[in-house]
Design a protein. Structure first.
Length: 392
């Protein structure tokens, strides 16, 4: 009994005090060494249901480029009123890091370039294209995100951006239990106010990986280290991030040796898989289609994919990419408009389309924006005549 009292009254307070002093010292050390060009910490904030979300009013750097998150919590240097004025047509673009613009400047993301294209097309309409892309999101989380913000944002159109990795991790539990809410609140506060949060995160991931030898943990650790070591001048001054001249061909290119490979794995062959993540992905797609069918929101799917690159030739070629996109359109387009970018990239050189098959930037995002614009107009998803007069 005496030992227990000593533990509670003496040892525990001393231990807690020592930990607090150590954390205070570490925080001072990290702030002293902090690179001001990285802005403030807290790009992400933990969320009990979404896993993570972008921190409102964040100003800093992400993947080597400057990033600003507005007060509504999405990437934009502008602020918006939720109430729509007459003549406004508001488009929400959901997606992951490809839509957000991982490594792309804010004025060359494809949602931003789409808005610019729409304004040039019909300057009499007050176009608002809101980039709701969040790195790490998949289709199931994007559905939850829409269910949360849709009633307040009052969109006239919702574009759901799709990339291949959206098929992953849709089965991860995201129920906002009491435990998750408490944990998320603590973690969110640390992310927002502690400059040393990423240091603790890296240490924890390293310990977990060393003892478990779990490959996904190693990938997360490498991603964390890459984000920490990336400096603002790594990419932000790269000319490839800007829009430039391109060469456009009129005839498609045939890469015969690659096209004749009968063993190539096709994305289309996995859409019907019965794995937990694919089952949940199809359920999320079906729910988005239901929302569109019942008129809750007007929804369209936009497939962010590019063709294959022919080795040593600097040309895109089909190589099954068109068939993959067609299979996705067949599944996503059941009663819901769906379009994609594969055909739009075929006439161009890969060297002039940075990141076209992944985190696109510069000219590649311009091609995506133009493909999305043409799809929205041809599908009758944006007003070709008249001006919107009242909120949806």
């Amino acid at each position: 009994m005496r030992r227990l009292r000593k533990l509670v009254l003496v040892t525990a307070p001393v231990l807690i005090g020592s930990v607090c002093i150590a954390m205070f010292a570490i925080e001072i050390w990290v702030r002293w060494r902090w690179d001001e060009r990285r802005g403030v910490p807290g790009f992400y904030i933990s969320d009990p249901e979404l896993g993570q979300r972008l921190a409102p009013n964040y100003d800093g750097w992400f993947s080597g480029v400057p990033v600003h998150i507005n007060s509504l919590g999405f990437r934009d240097t502008r602020e918006y009123a939720l109430d729509k004025q007459p003549g406004t047509f508001r488009i929400l673009v959901l997606g992951d890091s490809v839509t957000f613009g991982h490594g792309a400047l804010s004025d060359t993301t494809y949602p931003y370039l789409l808005e610019k294209r729409l304004k040039a097309w019909r300057p009499d309409v007050n176009w608002e294209v809101w980039n709701l892309g969040v790195p790490g999101y998949n289709t199931a989380i994007e559905l939850k995100y829409l269910q949360r913000v849709g009633p307040r944002y009052q969109p006239d159109l919702v574009v759901v951006g799709f990339y291949e990795n959206d098929l992953s991790d849709n089965d991860v539990a995201t129920e906002a239990t009491l435990g998750r809410r408490i944990t998320s609140a603590v973690q969110g506060s640390m992310q927002r106010w502690l400059y040393s949060y990423e240091l603790y995160k890296r240490i924890l991931l390293t310990i977990r990986w060393q003892f478990s030898d779990h490959e996904p943990l190693r990938a997360r650790l490498e991603a964390t280290e890459a984000e920490e070591t990336a400096r603002p001048n790594v990419q932000s001054d790269d000319p490839a991030l800007r829009l430039g001249d391109t060469e456009r061909f009129t005839e498609p290119h045939a890469c015969f040796e690659e096209d004749r490979n009968p063993h190539r794995d096709r994305l289309a062959s996995h859409l019907g898989d019965d794995t937990p993540t694919m089952v949940k992905w199809r359920e999320a797609v079906a729910e988005l289609q239901r929302l569109h069918r019942q008129g809750v929101y007007r929804i369209a799917f936009f497939i962010n994919m590019a063709p294959n690159e022919c080795p040593g030739v600097d040309r895109f070629y089909d190589g099954g990419a068109v068939a993959d996109q067609d299979a996705l359109i067949d599944m996503l387009g059941k009663g819901t408009p769906a379009g994609g970018t594969v055909g739009a990239f075929l006439p161009y050189r890969p060297s002039q389309m940075p990141g076209a098959r992944g985190h696109s930037a510069g000219n590649a995002n311009r091609v995506k924006a133009e493909a999305l614009f043409e799809f929205l107009v041809s599908a009758g998803l944006v007003p070709t005549v008249g001006v919107p007069t009242a909120p949806r």
